[in-house]
Design a protein around this ligand. Sequence first.
Ligand SMILES: [Zn+2]
Length: 1003
Amino acid sequence: MAANSRCSAAEPPDLETQRREVEYLLRDCELRAGDSWFMVDHRWYEQWKEFVESGDQNSSCPGQIDNTELFEDVCSNHLKERLVENEDFVLVPAAAWHKLLSWYGMVDQQPPLERKVVDLPSTLKVEVYPVEIFLCLHGNMENVTTAQFSRTDSIHSIQMAMCRAFSLPPTCECRLWMKSSENNCERLRNVHMSVLDACLSSGMTVIMETRNADGTWPSTRPLILRNSVEEQDSYRGQPGVCGLTNLGNTCFMNSALQCLSNTPPLTEYFLQSIYLEELNFSNPLGMKGEIAEAYADVIKQMWSGHHYSVVPRVFKTKVGHFASQFLGYQQHDSQELLSFLLDGLHEDLNRVKNKEYIELRDAEGRPDQEVAEEAWRNHKRRNDSVIVDTFHGLFKSTLICPQCHKVSVTFDPFCYLSIPLPVSKERVMEVFFISLDPYAKPMQHRVLVPKVGKVLDLCLALSEMTQVPETQMVVADVFKHRFYKIYTPDESLSCILDRDDIFVYECSAQSDQQVLLALYLRERAHYRDYGSVSTTLFGHPLLLSVPRSSCSPEALYQIFLQRLARYVRAPNPSGELEEDDDDDEEELYKSQTNGISDDDEQDDAEPTGSSQSEACYADGPANTRHQDPIAPSEVHIRPPPPEEGDVHSMCTGAPKPLCSGDAGPSDGHIHARGEESRAEVDEEGNDEAENEEEPPQSDAIAEDDGKQEEACSPSSPVNEQAAKTRTCRRKKRLFDIQAVNCNGLERETGPNLTLSSQPYVALDWDAEIKKRFYNENEAEKYVKHSSMDVPLQQTTVQLQECIQLFTTVETLEEENPWYCPVCKKHQLATKKLDLWSLPEVLIIHLKRFSYTKFTREKLDTIVDFPLRNLDFSGCLLRKKLSNGEPPSRYDLIAVSNHYGGLRDGHYTSYARNKDNGQWYYFDDSKVTYATEEQIMTNAAYVLFYHRQDKMRKPCVATPSTSSAICTTSSTSTASSMQPPEADVSAVTPSCASAFAELTMETD
Ligand SMILES: [Zn+2]
């Protein structure tokens, strides 16, 4: 059978060997430039790991390697954007990949995701996303092709690719231009430069022009691509009110830059060119002044008043060179960039040319004032720059050893405060509840559960809403029409991600008399080849308890039919599904390779035991499972009495039992195995043969896969043989019942066969019958419980509460212990931070991204932060200020916002222009007026506060914002997820001619 050939080409070694071999290949596997690594779907890989490590009930064979989830769409083989390593995919070295591939094979038509290790300026990286560039000729800009390049490829290789793509001789004389998303165009002069150094990123276009026969070039500059910088020569806007072009996922950088640009002391330092005298070219910790110079260029352009928007390309390249984490594979964190940038600027501008070594002294009981002054003096002896002057403060850190109670006090400088947000101990989950009532639609519920709770807590919460006892619920993760995982009540809820589709099934009370079946729906596709069938899963899987006593195929069929009643129409009794003639019947049998509806397989008196298996399973090694002794059917099932009105009543032979009941009380259908039942003869007079070699099993379905499977799936060839010899009129069932594994595949032998207590059964449908009887539309319906109407409550905390949390005593985590000089070993000390002195500009980073061992989340708590008069005097450890010291009152000057979730999102910023005092909203190249009311949102991520005594009054009048006007150089950046107001897009100019009419109003 085709379905059985799904797994391996090679016979995989046993699970332990698989685990060891791959583990060995992964261990110490270093990245080497040019090596190939392969991407593997994280879910598949985790399932494989579970499979080889445990073999518990939910971990059966992961099946073929399937990377479908990584593709945007499978046809184009285009990867989804922003996939995250170890969350969406894992990277394995080539050797490990080839092993996995040889053992498990790969889903048809899927290309392996081979990726090269590239040698980037300060790191080696597997290049998961190559740069995808559009290519076109200057003479024919309509004809665009797409090509992928590595960041280490040269511009020359792009040139060669273009010659190939456009059928030009490789020796032709040509020039390349690159066009970013904005309307500007730069010449790629140096063909030896790498894609990375040229700042080419995905989505950009490279235009090639070839020299005319008369020796001229078609254009001095491609005509449609005039550089907007040149067009803006006449623009005289408010300095500082200037957008920054997005260079491809660089909104995090733009957001951070706008905040810094609107930090008055820093910007004035650069605008007045003081930095030129302080550039430190020799500092080994610095970047030879390059970051500071690139930053100065951006600031000078932004504050020239000449530009609507600036392209920070050079700056981005420099950042990428010095901090490879910002090279731009995916979205980054504006706060991380800020931290890097402040450090880089500081070292580039450090007035200390030779850092002396200073031994740090512990307080050893000296007064705080003395120790703090010493610490600050020491800090300044090594670190003295505009950054220190503007942003550095001092906090006191007190560590206490839990064992010897040694108290260690140090005073440490900080450049920004990372403030924790109170983490809710609860979590909102959205789940679907599937009632026992087959006519009830799935109901979506929103429940509140403890974040560190167990699956049982979810059931308890749901029980309150549904009045269904939690003991009668089974929770499952449904993925691609099958159960990705069926949870036990004591499993941790942290295993469940918000994006998982969680279904909670009501099941009748569990008992020994019940067996919980996992039910999949499959559609068969037929091939002309005899017996060749492939199946695809569809619809929602189900979990239902069935009494062991009615595990006859017929009883099961009825139970399943009843369960599906909402969306499966039962055939009418007048013979809607009746077969017409022998030919059709034979067709039917050909398709029902394993159909349990072929309940007359015992027409053929089967030989017993292993000899039978060899005789009957002629279709190849895929069926080698049958070399195991065949499970006995120790109980026998009679055909149901005709008065039950069974659609299947004609011609029913005595079917093999699907599973065997207890030897206990039997109903009218089940007979304990015994001499008399073995020789039982059904209505049609067929002998029932029995396996005599195996002892009776009391609980085949629950304890032994192989046996259960055997019981559930009579062998196909037998059926087919039977079919060929039979010619009686019969009614057909809607679907056949087939034992499968958790992936909905035919069971396999070898390493794939695990002992599992969870039986999985597939209902196999012919396409034609499914079309007639299965109502897809109805099946997909669900209703929303009233809990879904309650808006998720937005938590609000005061900024001061967060600052108090920052100064709360905490115990160090295991990963980050403290070395106690008395105990001479690492200790999980208690740590307390206190603020000692604050800088002129205080940066407060709200820790919205919470990563713990168990959870990763973004907190969308609203932090209530004041725009004016943030008073720190109560938070400072030092209560008395000495004479002449400034009060600790601050006003807000800028906010970096993050919209969206953990993995993706958009950064923008609010900032107050130092010259006119007006607030603006900066969204990449777009700038709009903002009001103070707009600023406090749950997107606020990094706050910039300026101490009041240092603030200066606006030197120009605050503009009237009655007719809000924005500055922009493009219309292409309507990507903001939450623009503050819809007021501005309407005035976004769409062409260069509109620029001239735009002026910032100043009165
Ligand atoms: Zn100690």
